[in-house]
Design a protein. Structure first.
Length: 193
């Protein structure tokens, strides 16, 4: 997706060997116009797939996921990382290791929001080693839901996530694909959309 790639070139910062900071438009401050384009790109791709729900993990998946759900005119569910007193329904859970926080947390979705009649599109901001996506796949399988695909805003193709997700038989669609970082610059691979 050209608009996203040029934004990454312009505003992204490479941190160390394997982290891209995009906090001025995606993960902290948000550019709604770009988010709408992201929502439209995924919605167009999956418009004929019979998707009933968009699912992500809080926090930074929430923004792109909500824009995709709005375009598809369906609900968005975000897996929660901390249980609170209002979560008194049956929960579906998975353990997820966070690439950026370096901790494992139990993520959860209330069972009442998912059923075997659902066909789900998973959306996340980044794909690194695939742990967030695989955790969501575990929860969705437990619910008996079908999974149409995993939609990623920025995939770091030099990490293991895409291969691990594709090994489950679920297609990955990424708007920007990063082949690697060279001298603090982003080297892009061909994107899926
Ligand atoms: P994974 O579970 O695929 O290893 O990592 C994906 C999650 O880690 C994403 O939901 C995202 O929040 C975070 N993440 C992974 N890599 C990056 C990165 O390079 N930059 C930022 N800002 N977040 C990342």
């Amino acid at each position: 997706m050209e608009a996203l790639i040029s934004r990454i070139k312009h505003d992204g910062t490479v941190l160390g060997d394997d982290i891209l900071k995009v906090d001025s438009f995606l993960t902290h401050q948000v550019d709604p116009k770009l988010m709408r384009q992201i929502g439209q790109a995924f919605a167009q791709k999956f418009s004929d797939s019979g998707i009933t729900k968009v699912v992500t993990i809080e926090a930074s998946g929430n923004v792109p996921a909500a824009y995709v759900a709005e375009e598809l005119n369906i609900p968005m569910i975000f897996a929660k990382k901390a249980k609170n007193v209002t979560m008194n329904d049956e929960l579906l859970t998975a353990e997820v290791y966070s690439f950026t926080k370096k901790i494992t947390s139990t993520v959860q979705i209330s069972r009442k929001f998912l059923s075997e009649n659902d066909k789900v599109l998973i959306i996340d901001d980044f794909l690194a080693n695939g742990q967030a996506a695989l955790g969501l796949i575990t929860i969705l399988k437990e619910a008996g839901a079908q999974i149409a695909g995993v939609g990623i805003v920025i995939e770091k193709s030099f990490q293991t996530g895409r291969t691990l997700v594709e090994e489950t038989g679920i297609p990955v669609v990424s708007l920007a694909r990063i082949a690697g970082f060279e001298q603090g610059q982003v080297v892009f691979a061909e994107a899926d959309l």
